[in-house]
Design a protein. Sequence first.
Length: 82
Amino acid sequence: MEVAIRKMGNSQGVLIPKPILTQLGLERTADLQVRDGVIEIRAFRRNPREGWADDARRLAKQGGDALVWPEAANEGDDELVW
């Protein structure tokens, strides 16, 4: 796709169509880098474990942390502190 480079204040820029931004998951911020002569614009990757501790506490309050296969539990598992 050929795009025009436009003057934007003291800078220049390229308008990216909204469907492309949506497809890439880009909303308010992005990671912008230049590698090997190529401009890369990527969505920030959040930590895959972000929020796990909060979710675990929420599940525990709801009783969702019970063993799925109680018969496969090890002796002493009920004494473990998580």
